[in-house]
Design a protein around this ligand. Sequence first.
Ligand code: GLU
Length: 272
Amino acid sequence: MNHKEIIEKVFEKINNIEQKGALAAYIPELANVDVEKFGVHISTISGFNFGMGDYKENFSIQSIAKVFSLCLAYKMLGGELWNRVGVEPSGTAFNSLTQLEKDKGIPRNPFINAGALVISDVLLSTWATPKEELLAFIRSLSNNQTLNYSARISASEKSSGYRNVALCNFVKSLGNIENEPDNVLDFYFDLCSLEVSCQDLSQLFLFLANEGKTIHDNKQILTKSRSKRINALMQTCGFYDESGEFAFRVGLPGKSGVGGGIVAIHPDKYCI
Ligand code: GLU
């Protein structure tokens, strides 16, 4: 079977199973998402593109966006970045406070919330306008100039993000946040509010399947070695305390978000 036939078969199967799971209602706007929405899109490095269902509709990618901020911080700081954040799976919830105390404010990895807040802090220390720099970076990955943050979703998370406020202040108290927590949190909420379609998502992440180089304009975003390391982190930490389960069942580096999205990469082949 080719990619198209496999996706058609799986899509049909998944579409017919009973709804499970729950909306991430702790972010009020995400409680309004239509649970019936379902889409998939694949982009291969050889140029094949195929989508099914609601694959052209934008949705909130939430923590999937943490991969973009991580790539930028890694570009900026290189290996020094790993003094600020670890590379180990956490085995605990994505918003755990207890582990952070034991780890003395060095988050286990860049994808748990505390880690992504430290990465946000790095970008705030790097640029005067990190929000604009991040958006320009994301737009350049697929050359889609319409990609944007959602002010509605970021305001919604800000209004109820007490746990992230606690995490950010806690890391600040332990000396691993340089900027004002309010500014770090504003940037983090904007990052998580990015709205992207399945089609965009598979194209945005394609450079990580292609040794760090974009397909549409052949630009080296990360070195081959660094792009492998980002994939290693997605493989081991991309699904928080479910990372082992995802590796066991799927076996690809990937990243989830509480908006309901999952992106996965097959190095040298495709992004889905
Ligand atoms: N914005 C969400 C939070 O901070 C992201 C979590 C996720 O998507 O896993 O809680």
